[in-house]
Design a binder for this molecule. Structure first.
Ligand SMILES: N[C@@H](CCC(=O)N[C@@H](CS)C(=O)NCC(=O)O)C(=O)O
Length: 203
């Protein structure tokens, strides 16, 4: 059975929970408490030397990093969905996975973490970058339903979570009309699951 080393409040873990649910895959969630430093034990570091969640275990294969896990699961179990075909579409998916792992983490996720977990850091700088990320998403989504092509893809999941959670950091994504419509579109997909501070979904 697939195992997800999982922290309930982690948006990066939530990206993986969402795709597992969209794909209808059964899995075991292994809770890893970040506050209790369970991601820094020798056993955990043997799986992920970076000491971060999520990690996915599937048939003896260990994959770390939410973007990498999304790509792996979509390739292995997606039946042609979630990863659009073609050279250009693949390149665009990678653009958004990289955006999710870089700008959105330093902007949207950081703005949230500074407030929610009372971390030290520059809240104004994180919010400014979060607003820039939402602006970029909003512009790109003008006239489009999904980030790449005409169907939802791993790019949408990777960017959705911290765009949806950034209100916890004091930036309201719903003031960006195209982003608001896209968030609602993701939340209406069959199999959508929420987490604390994201809509609950059906499951
Ligand atoms: N690029 C990684 C980042 C993972 C990451 O930063 N996870 C956070 C939780 S959302 C974590 O483990 N933080 C604890 C720490 O860095 O000590 C991914 O997308 O999975």
């Amino acid at each position: 059975m697939i195992k997800l080393y999982d922290e309930a409040l982690s948006g990066n873990c939530h990206k993986v929970r969402m795709l597992l649910s969209f794909l209808g895959l059964e899995y075991e969630s292994v809770p890893i408490s970040v506050p209790d430093l369970e991601h820094k034990t020798p056993e955990y570091l043997a799986m992920n030397p970076l000491g971060k969640v999520p990690v996915l275990e599937d048939g003896g294969e260990i994959i770390r990093d939410s973007q990498a896990i999304l790509y792996y699961l979509a390739r292995k179990y997606g039946n042609g969905e979630w990863l659009p075909e073609g050279d250009a579409a693949s390149g665009h998916v990678m653009e958004w996975l990289s955006f999710a792992a870089n700008e959105m983490i330093h902007g949207c996720a950081m703005a949230r973490a500074l407030v929610l977990f009372n971390r030290e850091g520059d809240r104004d700088a994180a919010r400014a970058l979060a607003e820039q990320c939402l602006d970029i998403l909003n512009g790109h989504l003008e006239g489009r339903d999904w980030l790449v092509g005409t169907a939802p893809a791993v790019a949408d999941i990777a960017c959705y979570v911290y765009a949806g959670l950034v209100h916890q950091g004091g930036v309201d994504p719903l003031t960006y009309a195209n982003v608001a419509a896209w968030l609602a579109r993701v939340e209406a997909l069959p199999g959508y699951v929420g987490m604390a501070a994201l809509p609950a979904g059906d499951n």
